[in-house]
Design a protein around this ligand. Structure first.
Ligand code: MN
Length: 432
């Protein structure tokens, strides 16, 4: 797993000029996504610089292995992801060769589309979506608001906590978030009422897509879990905190979460992330070791993701005044996951639950240990007790109508070309 090869070579350049030095999509990244244009219906593409390579076009022109044709002409990535990591790596090598070798330019050129001319769609037909809670600083910060003496419940350090989310309302970046309505009950109120959420929030997360699945009744050993992950994206688990606070006991989040989940359109492969892997953060003294089925030396040494996450906010007033988005958080929150991606996958299947190609899994909100990289407004404003002052004089405890939230991510490491995930955006519209 996670081999470094010629596709990561920092000296490798593309004949597509915009790729060289591109902050997100140099030739060392090559993320897959689903796009369409006025003349091309939904199909698989690969991002390179400010362009997209039409993979279906390449496949139909005979430029890829015949064995891959059936999966690469589909309008979703499910069938391709089911091919697994060996074929995924082979396609990456082929694309890297085609896009770096000047000799291939004439053959590939007809299959290039400017990203500016394309609409992006969900990468997969998502059968199931599960959201975890592995950001330990977020779990601690939120837990403190409810239980100052015992922020983390006793199961947290044994169980990668998760809940089943809703797949039908997962949408790609750019989908507006219509302010949800629901039952809200203020602590001092005797009864709830129904109306627009007053505490609309976001959650900064990474998403991962399942590649090969597992049969019902079968488990995924921890040593094989990484081979079931097809790639990663940004994920915003929009959350209505007032609805959540009233409904969450005893069965967990429901209508507070399932009105919309936004993801970034490009799926960054485990191969692209290989140079940015690092050791899992050491467990604090006194924490229990993971149970055997969640324990793997290689995962401990390489299971953390060196991904820097950024969140910015652009209010309606800022947009009107032409101001730049305000940075809400910045930091290496992904490296602070208490449970690795592999541990999440293994735990999910540990009872025989079958994961399917194209299933989406969220990490849970990712916050840094310090105040600079908090992954939700609930943390930034301390549940509304400490509203955030914006440079233009506005204040925010939670999101207001017209606010636009932008998640982004990039990876840097010595000796590697930096790559990025692109963006996950959403603007708040008034309740309907
Ligand atoms: Mn979440």
């Amino acid at each position: 797993m996670n081999l470094i090869d010629e596709t990561h070579d920092p000296a490798r350049r593309s004949w597509i000029d915009s790729a060289n030095g591109h902050a997100a999509f140099p030739i060392q990244n090559l993320p897959l996504g689903i796009f369409s244009t006025a003349s091309r219906d939904r199909r698989i593409g690969v991002a390179i610089g400010d362009q997209i390579v039409d993979l279906r076009g390449l496949a139909e022109a005979g430029l890829v292995d015949d064995r891959w044709l059936a999966a690469l002409v589909r309008p979703t990535l499910n069938d391709w992801f089911a091919h697994g990591p060996v074929e995924g790596r082979a396609l990456r090598r082929l694309l890297s060769d085609l896009l770096s070798g000047e000799a291939q330019r004439a053959a590939v050129n007809p299959h290039l589309v400017a990203q500016a001319d394309a609409a992006m769609h969900l990468p997969c037909a998502i059968g199931d979506y599960t959201d975890f809670y592995v950001g330990i600083h977020h779990a601690t910060n939120v837990g403190k608001q409810f239980r100052p003496d015992q922020p983390l419940l006793p199961n947290y350090k044994y169980v990668p906590i998760g809940y089943h989310g809703r797949a039908s309302s997962v949408r790609v970046s750019g989908e507006p978030v219509v302010r949800p309505k629901g039952q809200r009950k203020a602590p001092e109120a005797t009864a709830p009422d129904y109306g627009p959420s007053r505490r609309l929030d976001y959650e900064l997360e990474l998403g991962m897509f399942i590649g090969r699945g597992n049969d019902l009744g079968q488990t995924i050993p921890i040593g094989q879990a990484a081979a079931h992950i097809a790639g990663y994206c940004l994920l915003n688990d929009w959350s209505a905190r007032d609805i959540q606070g009233w409904e969450y006991q005893p069965l967990g989040p429901f209508l507070a979460k399932n009105f919309l989940t936004s993801i970034s359109p490009w799926v960054v492969s485990p191969d692209a992330l290989a140079p940015f892997r690092r050791a899992m953060p050491p467990r604090p003294a006194g924490d229990p070791a993971p149970l055997d089925y969640l324990s793997d030396d290689r995962d401990r040494e390489r299971g953390a993701l060196g991904v820097t996450l950024d969140v910015t906010l652009l209010t309606k007033a800022m947009r009107k005044a032409g101001h730049a988005p305000h940075v809400l958080s910045h930091g290496e929150a992904a490296a602070a996951m208490y449970w690795s991606a592999a541990q999440i996958v293994t735990h999910h299947a540990s009872n025989g639950c079958n994961l399917m190609p194209g299933d989406l899994i969220g990490t849970g909100t990712l916050s840094t240990a310090d105040a600079g990289g908090l992954g939700s407004l609930m943390e930034i404003s301390a549940g509304g007790k400490a509203p955030l002052a914006l440079p233009n004089g506005e204040v925010r405890s939670f999101l207001e109508d017209g606010d636009e939230l932008i998640l982004s991510a990039h990876c840097e490491a010595p000796g590697a070309v930096a790559i990025g995930f692109g963006e996950c955006r959403g603007r708040v519209l008034p309740a309907r």
